[in-house]
Design a protein around this ligand. Structure first.
Ligand SMILES: Cc1cc2nc3c(=O)[nH]c(=O)nc-3n(C[C@H](O)[C@H](O)[C@H](O)COP(=O)(O)OP(=O)(O)OC[C@H]3O[C@@H](n4cnc5c(N)ncnc54)[C@H](O)[C@@H]3O)c2cc1C
Length: 479
């Protein structure tokens, strides 16, 4: 089925009703959109958030742990609103674990998808954010190179929403792309990290799993995991297993299973006996193309049976496991990235680079599910790196900011900044920058960076001094 149209029709011009007008409009309610809207609404601005689905949380609702809160030296490097959100999830809904150290991922924070949806929505509505579900961003309202609002499609038809600043948190840079911001996709060959349809099993004896790994003689290589020493599993009740490569290869050979992945990836759930499986893999999917996405859903779902056969038949603790559900949508790792005022690179990440306009600190390694084969590339830098504000500011188009996985970064740097704690930190910065922009009547690109950084620090955001220590908010002198 072709995806590019070769035939066209002319639509008659029409008047589109203006459904709402805000100071700041956030498009997309995933990790970045959540904190962007919360930060933008801090001092009473009119803030709207549109989301195509019936819930907020984005990929935080598909059974993934939040990565990125802990740095490569073990300390917490994301604080501020992301931490407030996780704290409330944990306190009020038992919906998050502590930030647990992990030798491969630095830190993992398990979250319960339904609790994420509830708490995120509570926080947004309490903050006065006008949330509109079932509403798909489809186009932009432009005045020259300035974005003035968006066009949406929904059950109500086609509407316009106007705003002084728009923050694109779609993950796909949908708004930036439509408004004419230059964007890039994938690696040098255009290959993008493959998506995964996550699914959940219940009836898993996670203790049997971890003890089998901890106690297996390494020489037997039966339960070898990637980068995580076996002893780790002896001490930790909540964990991610990545590896068991030889076990899976044996299962494939013995049972003729078709699993397009070299590694087993199992994430313990917060509920007893639950495990989320991150193992389907649909190469060649373009998450910005509905036909390709549909094919990805079909292929991802078709892979599940063989993966379950492998887990139940070969992996300790899964003998009585049974399938409960898939995630609500195919998880998209990579699509468009904007070209902004600064393009973050692999060198920035690996050199642990400091930036004068740093608005967040990150530490997650470069982690690329390779587009062309079934493997993964992981590169650690040993410490933290800064995210510069200029990477959230697009080239060419004014009154627009971008936060989340589609900021201005190369394919390699995006492989590091894409995790959800980092996306929440970027969202917080974008929301605060938008607020400063509206209050000060200045373009987002011209926001006083010292003022933004000061406000970030005052709100508990983690930033670094040149010597790497945590920066404190400057003392204000009495007027
Ligand atoms: C399979 C998989 C495994 C991963 N593993 C981990 C992990 O273990 N830990 C981790 O921290 N990160 C992980 N990541 C990365 C992480 O989940 C994403 O990079 C991150 O969620 C991006 O956040 P975001 O806010 O930019 O976008 P998203 O989480 O994608 O949120 C975007 C939101 O915008 C909405 N939206 C999109 N387009 C429109 C539109 N046109 N109109 C209206 N709304 C729209 C979407 O519905 C969604 O709610 C994984 C990703 C995948 C796919």
């Amino acid at each position: 089925m072709p995806t590019a149209s070769t035939r066209f029709i002319d639509e008659p011009a029409r008047a589109t009703p203006v459904a709402a007008e805000y100071d700041v409009l956030v498009v997309g309610g995933g990790p970045a959109g959540l904190t962007a809207a919360l930060a933008a609404s801090e001092d009473g601005l009119r803030v709207g958030l549109i989301e195509s689905r019936s819930f907020v949380g984005g990929n935080m609702t598909i059974g993934l742990p939040v990565l990125g809160f802990l740095g490569q030296k073990g300390n917490q490097i994301i604080d501020g609103l992301p931490q407030k959100f996780i704290g409330r999830l944990r306190r009020e809904r038992d919906g998050a674990s502590e930030h647990r150290p992990c030798p491969l991922h630095m830190g993992i924070t398990l979250v319960e998808p339904e609790a994420v949806k509830t708490v995120a929505l509570e926080m947004l509505t309490e903050a006065g954010v006008d949330v509109l579900f079932y509403t798909f961003f489809s186009d932009v309202v432009m005045d020259g190179d300035e974005i003035r609002g968006v066009i949406t499609e929904s059950k109500s038809g086609r509407s316009a929403i106007l705003a002084r600043v728009v923050i694109d948190c779609t993950g796909d840079a949908d708004v930036a792309f439509r408004s004419g911001v230059p964007t890039e996709k994938g690696d040098a060959q255009g290959g993008m990290q493959p998506p995964t349809l996550m699914f959940c099993l219940a009836g898993v004896d996670t203790d049997a799993l971890r003890l089998a790994i901890a106690n297996a003689p390494p020489a037997a290589r039966t339960y070898l995991t990637d980068f995580i020493p076996a002893e780790y599993f002896g001490q930790n009740h909540q964990f991610i297993v990545v590896g068991l490569r030889e076990l899976m290869a044996r299962a494939k050979a013995e049972r003729g299973l078709s699993i397009p992945n070299e590694r087993t990836i199992i994430i313990t759930g917060l509920k007893k006996g639950e495990a989320w499986i991150n193992m389907t893999r649909v190469k060649g999917t373009d998450g910005t193309d509905a036909r390709s996405l549909t094919k990805g859903e079909i292929e991802g779902r078709a892979q599940i049976d063989d993966i379950i056969t492998y887990l139940v038949g070969y992996v300790p603790g899964f003998e009585k496991a049974y399938f409960t559900r898939t995630a609500p949508f195919l998880g998209i790792r990579e699509t468009r990235r904007i070209v902004g005022r600064y393009v973050m690179t692999q060198e920035d990440v690996l050199a642990c680079r400091h930036f004068d306009d740093a608005i967040a600190v990150a530490s997650y390694p470069i982690d690329i599910h390779r587009p062309a084969d079934d493997g993964c590339t992981l590169i650690w830098c040993g410490d933290c790196y800064d995210i510069p504000y200029r990477s959230l500011v697009p080239q060419k188009v004014g009154s627009l900011l971008v936060a989340g996985r589609s900021i201005s970064a190369t394919h390699e740097a995006m492989g590091a900044i894409r995790v959800m704690a980092t996306c929440m930190a970027m969202g917080e910065a974008a929301g605060r920058a938008a607020r400063i922009s509206v209050r000060g009547n200045r373009a987002p690109a011209d926001v006083d960076i010292e003022e933004l950084r000061r406000q970030q620090l005052e709100h508990g955001v983690y930033l670094r001094n040149p010597d790497g220590t945590r920066a404190e908010p400057p003392h204000r002198t009495a007027a």
